[in-house]
Design a protein around this ligand. Structure first.
Ligand code: CTP
Ligand code: MG
Length: 244
C-alpha cells in the first residue's frame, strides 16, 4: 500500500499569537512541523509529501534540507498555500498526478499543527480504510455535556452528545474523491473546514459516507500556548520511553 501526504502549513496562527506562526514554535527540541511530518517521512509507504506553505514563509526553506535526510522514501515537495486551509489542501493535491498518483490512490491530509500524531494512528487508518470506497478520518467522541447558547450567553438547550465526534487529522481519502469533492465545494461557494466536510457534501448524492475512526486524545492541535505545553509533555514522555 502506498499513499501521499498533504500537509497544510500556510496558516498564520492568529490564536497562538506567537512571534512565528505556531508550526515553527520550538517543541521538545524541534519545531512543531518537524514533529508533525516525522512519522510520515519515516514511513516507506508515503511516496510523496506535499507541504503547503505561505508565500512569505522564511523558515520552511531553512528546514527543508534537514527533512529530506530524514525521509525513508517520500519525496518532499513544497507548494504555495491559499487563503483558507481548504485552498492550501487543494493546491497541494493538484501536484499529486505529477508524482504518479492515480484517482484511486490514497491521500492523507495532516495538519502541520498536530505534532503528536503517532505511527500507530497512521497504521490504524491505513489498515481499517484500505478497502473503503471513499476514505475517512480520525476523530474523538465528545465527552463533555454540550450546550447551545441563545446568542446572549444564556443556555438555549443541551445537545445530545451521543452521536457527536471531534474531527482530527490525518484524514484519508482517495485522490479522485478528494479532488472532486473540493471542486464541488468551491463551485457551491462553500469553504469546508476539513476534507471530510467536502466529501460529506459531495456524497449527499448517495455515494456513501466518510468513515469515523477513533483516534487518540494525545493527537491534539496546537491552537494556543497552553496546547504547546501539553504537546511538550506528551512528546517528552514518548522520548523517555524511546518511542518518539
Ligand atoms: N492552514 C493552511 N492554510 C491556511 C490556513 C491554515 O495551510 N490558509 C493550516 C495551518 O497552518 C494548520 C492547519 O491548516 O496547520 C490548521 O489550521 P489552524 O489550526 O486554524 O491554524 P492557523 O490558521 O494557522 O491558526 P489560526 O486559525 O489561529 O490563525
Ligand atoms: Mg485557522
Amino acid at each position: 500500500m502506498r499513499y501521499a501526504l498533504v500537509m497544510p502549513a500556510a496558516g498564520r496562527g492568529t490564536r497562538f499569537a506567537g512571534e512565528l506562526p505556531k508550526q515553527y514554535a520550538r517543541l521538545a527540541g524541534r519545531s512543531v512541523i518537524e514533529w508533525s511530518l516525522q512519522p510520515f517521512l519515516a514511513d516507506p509507504r508515503c511516496v510523496v509529501a506535499v507541504v503547503a506553505v505561505a508565500s512569505h514563509d522564511e523558515r520552511w526553506p531553512v528546514l527543508t534540507p534537514n527533512l529530506h535526510s530524514r525521509s525513508a522514501g517520500a519525496r518532499l515537495v513544497t507548494v504555495l498555500g491559499g487563503e483558507q486551509r481548504c485552498h492550501s489542501v487543494h493546491n497541494a493535491i493538484a501536484q499529486l498526478s505529477q508524482h504518479g498518483l492515480g484517482d484511486d490512490d490514497w491521500v492523507l491530509v495532516h495538519d502541520a499543527a498536530r505534532p503528536c500524531v503517532s505511527g500507530e494512528e497512521i497504521d490504524q487508518l491505513l489498515a481499517l480504510l484500505a478497502s473503503h470506497p471513499l476514505g475517512g478520518l480520525l476523530a474523538l467522541r465528545v465527552t463533555d455535556t454540550i450546550k447551545r447558547d441563545d446568542g446572549h450567553g444564556g443556555v438555549a438547550e443541551t445537545v445530545p452528545r451521543g452521536p457527536l465526534w471531534r474531527a482530527l487529522t490525518p484524514q484519508m481519502f482517495r485522490l479522485g474523491v478528494l479532488r472532486d469533492a473540493l471542486d464541488a465545494a468551491f463551485a457551491a461557494a462553500t469553504l469546508p473546514t476539513d476534507e471530510a466536510q467536502a466529501v460529506e457534501l459531495w456524497t449527499q448524492a448517495g455515494r456513501g459516507r466518510p468513515q469515523l475512526l477513533e483516534g487518540s486524545p494525545d493527537n491534539l492541535k496546537i491552537t494556543s500556548r497552553r496546547d504547546l505545553a501539553l504537546a511538550e509533555a506528551i512528546l517528552q514522555r514518548r522520548l523517555a520511553r524511546g518511542a518518539a
